[in-house]
Design a protein around this ligand. Sequence first.
Ligand code: EPZ
Length: 456
Amino acid sequence: MNSLLQDAARAGASVGMAADTITITGGTPLNGSVRVRGAKNLVTKAMVAALLGETPSTLRDVPKISDVRVVRGLLGAHGVKITDGDEDGELILDPSAVESAHFAEINAHAGSSRIPILFCGPLLHRLGEAFIPDLGGCRIGDRPIDFHLDVLRQFGAIVEKLPSGIRLSAPQRLRGTKVELPYPSVGATEQVLLTAVRAQGTTELRGAAIEPEIMDLINILQKMGAVISVDTDRVIRIEGVDRLEGYTHRALFDRNEAASWAAAALATEGDIFVAGAKQAEMGTFLNVFRKVGGVFEIQDDGIRFRHPGTPLNPVIIETDVHPGFMTDWQQPLVVALTKATGVSIVHETVYEQRFGFVDALIEMGATIQVHRECLGSQACRFGQRNFQHSAVISGPSALRAADIAVPDLRGGFSHVVAALSAEGASRVSNVGIISRGYENFFEKLTALGANFTLEA
Ligand code: EPZ
């Protein structure tokens, strides 16, 4: 094992923190097994939910990723005591001494994350005020927060835009309200849930996101004492309560990481068992994986994904909100589609600028064109606007090595997979981003037989 990996393993940190450039020699199929733990897009929100409890919470299967470290820092800045439990990946979060944090400290911790926006509801309930610094997150679209601020105003919060960020206050107790989201935003739905549970009266949310991560957050809030009913047709009703207790919960597995490794098995002609992956939350992905020609086996403790050994088929994919094909799955899968025999189409309907990553694939020899039109069966929000949000991928292409830089989290995974399936040695820089959402990424690559070296 490379000395950098040993140092990092000893430091208990994912090596992504240390190295920012990696040299990958392609051509080796990825074979073996990896384990996925709690979902980045649930665990970070579950940690924020602990703020709502009067007593400590215990969260299990928390992955060692930098987004978790960001939230840990932010909670610490607000007086939440966080300790590691006996089980690996167990966190105990004690909010009994919650206090306001100086905005400079919030800024220092917020870094590249969007999570601070979800602190609003809990802090307004606990402290009567909250502060949101400029938000980060992957540059895959404009990513406005208008839905969030609109719903917080509807609960009765006062929103002040300052040069340093946004200050919110609640002179009175927040009140239940009727909300209709213009688009089933995951973040805005979580905002409503984390605010309505302790608001006075009932909240009716229409147009809600119903992703598995949302359902698992609802499980957690119900464990804390909340009253939440999920109706058909994206309607969620929340009856506010006066007091919530801490929860004990094992986080839902990370279906985005599982789908990424499945795509890597296809692109490298490999065979990967993903321990911890489950069928129910990945139904739509498994259908597409099979249509491309991939073979999967559902086992009690995970899912095995492998290349069929025969040419891959082209497919037409339209990303959408759950239960549609998830936007976070398209970037890793596009690499595999460059090897399919024929023309695939990916119509990205969730984010308007999520094809920046294809430039590097084109440089490596892929045949990909991006278009402003909605190249799918349904016109989307971006149709009449000047966004390149559809991609036409013609294959099969033999990728060749190149020097490339990682643009964002899922784009980063796709770049590493492209280099692993290319002819020759690629230098991939800015790989530190990948550790935001993939735990022990380089250790897993090593376990799967990847041929690479890390540059300190
Ligand atoms: C969450 O982002 C995830 N991030 C994203 O995963 C994921 O892609 C996304 O949900 C969709 O599933 C986390 O959970 C931390 P949204 P979020 O609000 O909540 C527009 C990854 O790679 N919108 O559902 O920020 C927005 O611009 C990341 O793990 C508004 O217009 O996503 C986008 O077009 C990337 N105004 C759409 O809604 C608002 O106020 C969906 O955004 C809020 C959102």
